[in-house]
Design a binder for this molecule. Sequence first.
Ligand code: GLN
Length: 383
Amino acid sequence: MNPVYSALGTTIFTTMSGLATQLGAVNLGQGFPETDGFPEVRREAARALMEASNQYPPMKGMPVLLGAVAEFYGRRQGLNLEAAHNVLITSGATEAIAAAIFALISEGDEVIVFEPMYDAYKPLIERAGGVCVSVRLSPPDWRFDEAMLTAAFTPRTKAVMITTPNNPTTRMLSREDWDLLAGFVTAHEAYVISDEVWEETVFDGREHISVLNVLPDQGIKIGSAGKIFALTGWKVGFVCAAAPLITQIAKAHQFLTFTTPPALQAGVAFGLGLADSRFIEARNALQASRDFLRDGLEAAGFVTLPADGTYFLNIDLKGSGIAVSASDFALRAVHEAGVATIPMDAFCSEGGASMSVVRLCFCKSDATLQRGLEGLIRARALF
Ligand code: GLN
């Protein structure tokens, strides 16, 4: 069997959600909204399911959705995308990431990744024959600097994997971060695969900067309808890039999933056309949930890390006076205090256990967050 997968366990998200269900714990682990998002988008998909075709849509995506993605990013991020050449629809952002990696990476190519990182990247890069070159970032800023990039880039660097806003750190790349990275990428003629699935989930008036705002010819931007509309089970993703890159990535996509359910594509196309105010409303509701959880944690003596975007808020255990590893805390919290969290070391290759941070998901009702808080306060008393 292939050693990349033999060496892997089940994802931390599945493990923690399983434990939460089995133990009846409040689940602040895996990132999914407690209630379904945008009803008008679901209604449109339901209508399309009954009234429109359910046969294979075009391999690169339905024209109505390609157009809606190009229009949405033009409107919201100032990007200049041609629907027919610069957009590809995939079955979720994870498929988009896989297709981009498989399309670009050959045996022995180096891919720079930043840890902590989302858990899907490393196995996909290694399955493609690539070699991960890790840059370890540290809380609370989780920023890279010139010295880190100088050490990471080599003549074998083929691509850089970026996540902004970042899951799990929640931080966003600033214009200065992008400019620094772009200098290295250009000098090395590399690509940037930019996971931007949290682009609409940003708080406190922050502005998302896409890779395509900085590196239009070398950037591959990945988006997710599941995140934009709080419908994570839909698995509708987008790749946006220069035409030659889309042509190449589409070749990988055609033999991964080939296409994506047409009714869901129709629903997403409709949703992307909604007024900007609708997206702001969704963002404000999430920000209020973040504030509710953060205020409760701070009142209970926990120290939290900056939370710029995403569904997540991180607790600095050491800073909170809790002297255990994140994994120990997470395991005892779910077994003995009735609350599931995600330990940050799950997002690191090795030595991550020293990172005493746990990730909490806050896209839940206030009542659920309150029960989660009570669990965390019980967990704190265990140590
Ligand atoms: N993106 C989700 C998270 O970070 C998990 C997705 C999954 O479970 N595969 O929690």
